[in-house]
Design a binder for this molecule. Structure first.
Ligand SMILES: [Zn+2]
Length: 228
């Protein structure tokens, strides 16, 4: 078996399974090129889950054809880190917490600009956040890519020696930016990118595009990442 599937890798607040898929040697390999893909951080951005699921489908086909033997990275993929929010089409998790403000970064603050950015009662208060933090602490990741939708752009935090953001730019045509334009204390970019020097790339699909077109736009760039 060449893809590990952990059906109940973590549990959401409301008790839904959060699934994790990895390449066979993701946890044990010494390679420096370990990449984590995450969909569904914001439950009302289904384009991100669509993208993660399509990427998984492509990986399953590729492994079946044994073409994954040419991969230069070890990978992990979480199709939907916020299944409770996804079920209700709401940004936050079942506790009303914006997971992308709940990471235990140095910048975490209990203050929120708006309700939709509620960062939780404390840093990493949420089960979904805790599961990701544990994974990030236990695995030496080179890059994290998480899939969102809003205004079209690619937000890159930190160095990007594998030039993954350029691959995604070439495929999507969306611009690479260093910041989304406002402060994001407690975000994954702050925790993993700023505090831990992991390259964090946040893809923002254009909210106005039909969800079915997401894979066509990003797929060719995402596939190239496996051969960097
Ligand atoms: Zn988002």
């Amino acid at each position: 078996m060449s893809i590990n599937h952990i059906q109940n890798w973590a549990q959401s607040k409301d008790g839904q399974d959060i699934e994790l898929y990895t390449s066979a040697h993701f946890l044990t390999s010494e390679t420096q090129n370990k990449i984590l893909f995450i969909g569904g951080m914001h439950g009302d951005e289904p384009a991100g889950v669509e993208l993660a699921k399509n990427l998984l489908k492509w990986l399953q086909i590729t492994v079946e054809k044994k073409e994954h033997l040419k991969f230069t990275i070890e990978w992990a993929l979480i199709p939907c880190i916020n299944p409770d929010g996804y079920l209700k089409n709401q940004r936050t998790n079942a506790n009303g917490v914006d997971l992308n403000r709940n990471f235990p970064s140095l910048s975490w603050t209990p203050q929120e600009e708006k309700n939709r950015y509620y960062p939780g009662s404390s840093a990493a208060s949420e089960a979904e956040t805790q599961a990701l933090v544990e994974l990030i602490q236990n695995v030496n990741l080179k890059t994290i890519i998480h899939f969102h939708s809003w205004k079209p752009c690619i937000v890159k935090t930190g160095e990007d020696p594998l030039e993954i953001s350029l691959l995604l730019h070439a495929a999507s045509g969306y611009n690479i930016v260093e910041t989304i334009g406002y402060d994001t204390p407690g975000s994954l970019s702050q925790y993993a990118g700023i505090d831990r020097q992991i390259t964090v790339i946040c893809t923002e699909e254009n909210d106005d595009e039909p969800i079915q077109s997401t894979w066509d736009r990003w797929g060719p760039g995402l596939q190239k990442i496996f051969y960097v």
